[in-house]
Ligand binder design. Structure first.
Ligand code: EPZ
Length: 431
């Protein structure tokens, strides 16, 4: 097992290339199942989650060629026939986004057997919305031994109007893929508007889908008989960009985030501006640097896009740990997304959690310590804290990090961080 060691004290300066978005690539890969023609994606990030979904698609009969070290980072997916309709527990339990094959399998084949994902560190992560929207499209769904067993009537999926009781990125994506080949018209209301949902919709349109309202909370889809192959570039990862903007802020650095787009980070940019970190558009990306010396305590509440993203909540809390004054961090999307708090407390942070709010009081200095990664975004927060802590910080169980950050230590080292990946003699226990 590996761990990451960071020696605090470096100011980060230089250019950071932003990779393709994990949370766009995953639904895009699933969408390739909708057609028997080849689909080629470029800018596909080389991440553990991508490789997990690749294995899942291959289990359904997809031929996948991936060249992660090529300039285009191209992945070609060709599924002439679906050889299996089952998404097995061993793969689904490692990555809940596997549930995204449900819509495509029902749309193309009229049947699917997908393992329920089980919970994860940040919450129960139900899939009830994924299932209820498929039932709205006429699918019959049974739960059998931990699996969702779904099938459509002889005529296949039937378009319908569906109002999401709460905004769900994944359920919106599953519904979009199913509706694109359902008979008749579908209207999805209170749909998610995340840039990753937009990226999927734009790719489906290239494949021949008829979708109106892209980018809004109401999507109207005219189902078509079949979809064709296409080429599509994965949108840049706004969460990676936001994470590195906070790395610039916390180290009083100056980073150019290549390929990042301000329109995907407006809520984060305004919170960062209030905290004293400017995020400005320059040609080909964004520049992140402190705007007025110290950092200032700033309150945030996580919300669906275009609100402050829950996937940047932990990182922002890390930044607030060394800001002047107090901050209130409200997590309104997931019920248990404060696992980074105990680890930050080990480094000398002053944080009190009350339900879904965390009150952070800035301290002058964090101290390096052995800490544990618990979920993807909490893990990277420990790296951010280690960048400015006094002494060394070792982050254990970094397989969480490798799920969502491509070549993290290489990218940080290139802009001045003292960071190394090394063997973990404690085998992940940190002691
Ligand atoms: C996506 O997860 C992202 N993952 C998450 O990123 C992200 O945090 C989340 O959207 C919110 O933006 C991918 O895109 C692969 P949701 P998803 O459905 O789709 C509840 C990361 O770190 N809900 O929008 O699973 C759910 O419990 C990951 O990259 C239901 O109740 O999130 C949550 O409270 C973490 N029933 C809320 O909705 C359902 O059927 C939002 O979840 C589905 C969701």
């Amino acid at each position: 097992m590996k761990r990451i060691r960071i020696t605090g004290g470096s100011r980060l300066a230089g250019t950071m290339p932003i990779s393709g978005a994990k949370n766009a690539a995953l639904p895009l890969l699933a969408a390739a199942l909708l057609t028997d023609e080849p689909v080629t994606f470029t800018n596909v990030p080389n991440l553990a989650d991508i490789r997990t979904l690749q294995a899942l698609l291959e289990g359904h009969g997809a031929e996948v060629d991936y060249a992660p070290n090529s300039a285009a980072k191209a992945m070609r997916i060709h599924t002439p026939i679906i050889t299996s309709h089952t998404a097995h527990y061993d793969l689904v339990r490692t990555m809940r986004a596997s549930v995204l094959v449900l819509g495509p399998l029902l749309a193309r084949e009229g049947r699917a057997k997908v393992s329920l994902p089980g919970g994860c560190a940040i919450g129960s992560r139900p899939v009830d919305l994924h299932l209820s929207v498929m039932e709205a499209f006429g699918a019959e769904i049974e739960l059998e031994e931990g699996y969702v067993v779904a099938k459509t009537p002889a005529g296949g999926l039937q378009g319908a109007t569906y109002v999401f009781r709460t905004v769900s990125v994944g359920a919106t994506e599953n519904a979009l893929m199913a509706a694109s080949m359902a008979r008749g018209t579908s209207v999805l209301k209170n749909a998610a508007r995340e840039p990753e949902v937009v990226d999927l919709a734009e790719c489906l349109v290239k494949m021949g889908a008829k979708i109106d309202g892209i980018g809004s909370d109401t999507l109207t889809i005219e189902g078509v008989e079949r979809l064709r192959g296409c080429e599509h570039q994965v949108v840049a990862d706004r969460i990676e960009a936001g994470t590195f903007a906070m790395a610039a802020g916390i180290t009083d650095g100056d980073l150019f985030l290549k390929n990042a787009r301000l329109e995907h980070l407006e809520a984060a940019a305004s919170a960062l501006a209030a905290a004293g970190v400017s995020l400005t558009a320059e040609s080909g990306g964004l520049r992140a640097q402190r705007s007025r010396g110290t950092l200032h305590g700033t309150d945030i509440t996580t919300e669906p896009f275009p609100g402050f993203p829950t996937d940047l909540q932990a990182q922002f809390m890390g930044l607030m740990c060394v800001a002047e004054g107090a901050s209130v961090i409200n997590e309104h999307i997931f019920e248990n997304r404060f696992m980074h708090v105990p680890e930050l407390l080990r480094m000398g942070a002053d944080i009190r959690v009350e339900g879904r709010s965390a009150i952070v009081k800035g301290v002058p200095q964090l101290k390096g310590a052995p800490v544990m990664a618990t979920d993807l975004r909490a893990s990277v927060t420990m790296v951010l804290a280690g960048l400015i802590a006094d002494g060394d910080t070792t982050v254990h169980r970094i397989y969480h990090l490798d799920r969502g950050y491509e070549q993290l230590e290489d990218k940080l080292k290139a802009v001045g961080a003292r960071i190394e990946r090394e063997n973990d003699p404690t085998n992940g226990n940190g002691s």
